[in-house]
Structure formats: C-alpha cells, structure tokens
Design a protein around this ligand. Structure first.
Ligand SMILES: NC(=O)c1ccc[n+]([C@@H]2O[C@H](COP(=O)([O-])OP(=O)(O)OC[C@H]3O[C@@H](n4cnc5c(N)ncnc54)[C@H](OP(=O)(O)O)[C@@H]3O)[C@@H](O)[C@H]2O)c1
Length: 324
C-alpha cells in the first residue's frame, strides 16, 4: 500500500510517497481503509521535529482520519467490518491503511461524508473542550477568536455560536473575515489593519470580551488580554505566529481574570471516556449541520507538500484533506 513518509526531519518537500507492507491488526486493533486524512498546523511542525511529540522515523504525518473498517484483530467486538469510522491517532494517518486500537474509533453518521468527518477531531475537539470544559463559556457572553479562519479558530467560531455566545472573529484579511461572516460570526477585527485591543474594546462598548480563544500567540496575545472584561478568561491554544508570548501578570491581577491552558491531546489521553463522548457529540453536530467541518481543499497523497505549504502560508480556511 502507499504511505506518505517522513524519512528525515525537514520541510514538506522532504516527504515521500512509498510502498509499505499492509498493516496486520494486533489484539484489540482494527485495520481501517483510510478514505480521508486531515492535516493540521501541527503537521508542519512534526515533520520538522519542532512539535512536542517526536515520532520515531520513518513515520506518516496526519493526526486524524476517517474510513471503513476492513479487518478485526483478536477480541474486537465493535466496530464491525464495513463500518464507517473516524479517529485521532496523533500521527500516522496519511496512508492507505491504518491499524488502530478499536476503542479509539467512533462511528461516522450516515449523513456525514468522510472528508468532513476526518477533520473533526483535532480542531473541533480542541475548541469544544476549550470553550466548554476550560472556559465554561456561557450563552450571552462575548468570545473573541484569534486566527478565526484557521482550523481551530473556525471551530471555535462555530461552537461559540452554537453555545449562544456573541462571537468576534479576528483574522488577517477582509477575505477571511467575509468567510467568517458566512459562517455566523457577529463582529470582525482585521488585525492586519486594526489594533486588536482598541477594536475589541470598541466592539464591546468599552466593557471588554469575556473569553479570548488564542491559537496564534505573538503580539496579539497581550493586546487581547488588555481587552478582556473583568473576570475574563484567556484560552491558551497555540502559537501559530511562531512566538510564545510573555504576559505582564499585573494585567491578570487588575482584571481578576484567568489564563487557562488547553492541551486537548493530553486531555483526550487522560480522559478517554469524556473524549469519546465529545467526539460522538461533534459527529452528531456536523451531521446535523450545526457545525460545518468546512473543507478548504482536498489533495491526493502525492501532493501533500503543497497542502502543508498552504497551511504554513496562512492560505487555508478550515481544513485540508488528503485522500490516500
Ligand atoms: N492546545 C491544543 O490542544 C491545540 C490543538 C489544536 C491546535 N493547536 C494549535 O493551534 C494553532 C492553530 O492550529 P490550526 O490547525 O488551527 O492552524 P491553521 O489552520 O493553520 O490556522 C492558524 C491561523 O493562525 C494565523 N497565523 C498567524 N500567524 C501565522 C503564521 N506565521 N503562520 C501560520 N498561521 C498564522 C492564521 O490566521 P491569520 O492569517 O488570520 O492570522 C491561521 O489561519 C497551532 O499552533 C496548533 O499547534 C493546539
């Protein structure tokens, strides 16, 4: 079978498509024929050896996937052969077949296509865990989302709306903000032109925002914290801008506010039952059209380098999918 392989750490062009042996399911595992594997910003880091997880070489990128169960290992009662499933594996999904622990999979509803199902775990999983469990976002609160058209950002915009919040989308171009208007955001900040702190204060009549969802980092983080309301919450999601910001703690004191870290992958590992319930909820929400699972583009396996370059160049809105 074909697999996208990272044989040496480096850039997207260093990846290669190679023939590898078909996987055999161990006890408790199933083999899934991968219909779609989703890429994330983390894949641009993991192939360069710059991500917190460092898989042994060679490995396939792509943390999440959807497909059809083809073979069962010993002791597996569910899922059944032929069942449509999706799952999160951290890395390794960019290949035609994948052996994966059966208890990591959830069913894909009949009315949800593989492309959207493949991309639900990392970004929507992170955003639902962040907004619900970490921020305890309430209906009627104001949520500001940085990097709002990216995978994690778009998921936060849509889930924030579904939870009844007023959502202020922040992004680097009017084209991205136009896309976010179609996806239901209420107000907009183009941070390539506008000062984040001033714009968020203006859009809340000086009161400030209740929750900031921050997958970008860099200079935007402090500006957004300066626009938090009394007892607001900053959700630390990631650092796509490449710079891990430092925060003057007097701001946290003066606003009686919280800085809340979000490490979804580790939470999923520590709390598998809660994570599973969250994935089932996301699949149901997407099948029902309450969240979009928006796919920006679909690439064949041998064009994975172009897909990763598009992510790194901030060109992607929503998800990028590989079809092995
Ligand atoms: N904590 C967790 O559990 C968790 C889970 C998932 C993801 N993450 C992290 O969240 C971040 C976003 O992930 P994602 O998959 O949503 O990424 P993505 O789809 O590539 O979106 C990232 C967004 O960040 C903005 N950005 C600003 N400066 C950038 C730069 N120099 N390069 C690329 N993007 C830049 C872009 O929006 P503008 O052009 O509008 O600024 C882009 O849309 C990553 O750091 C990722 O590792 C963390």
């Amino acid at each position: 079978m074909k697999a996208l392989l990272c044989t040496r750490l480096g850039a997207p062009d260093d990846l290669e498509v190679a023939d590898v042996p078909d996987p055999v399911p161990a006890a408790g595992e199933v083999v899934v024929k991968v219909a779609a594997a989703a890429l994330n910003f983390l894949d641009t880091l993991i192939i360069a050896g710059q991500y917190q997880t460092k898989p042994p070489l060679p490995f396939s990128p792509a943390a999440e996937f959807a497909g059809t169960v083809e073979a069962l290992g010993r002791g597996v009662a569910t899922p059944k052969i032929g069942e449509r499933v999706m799952g999160y594996v951290g890395w390794g999904a960019a290949r035609e077949r994948l052996a994966v622990a059966a208890d990591k999979l959830v069913a894909v509803p009949d009315d949800l296509d593989f492309d959207r199902a493949a991309g639900l775990s990392v970004t929507y999983g992170t955003s639902l865990h962040a907004l619900k469990d970490r921020a305890q976002l309430q209906g009627g609160e104001t949520l500001a989302v940085l990097g709002a058209s990216g995978g994690a950002g778009l998921a936060a915009v849509e889930l924030g709306k579904a939870m009844g919040a007023r959502v202020i989308a922040c992004a680097s171009s009017d084209q991205k903000l136009g896309f976010l208007r179609e996806r239901g955001a209420d107000a907009f900040v183009n941070y390539a032109k506008d000062d984040v702190k001033e714009a968020l204060r203006r859009l809340t009549e000086g009161r400030g925002v209740d929750v900031v969802y921050d997958p970008v980092g860099g200079a935007y983080t402090e500006a957004a914290v300066r626009a938090l309301a009394w007892q607001g919450r900053l959700l630390v999601i990631g650092f796509a801008a490449g710079e891990i910001p430092k925060l003057p703690l007097n701001l946290v004191l003066l606003k009686n506010c919280d800085v809340r870290g979000v490490f979804w992958g580790e939470w999923a590992r520590r709390e598998p039952a809660a994570h599973r319930a969250l994935m089932i909820e996301l699949a149901r929400l997407c099948a029902a059209g309450k969240i979009s699972g928006h796919v920006h583009a679909v690439y064949p396996l041998d064009e994975a380098a172009a897909a990763l370059k598009a992510i790194a160049a901030r060109e992607v809105m929503g998800k990028v999918i590989l079809r092995p």
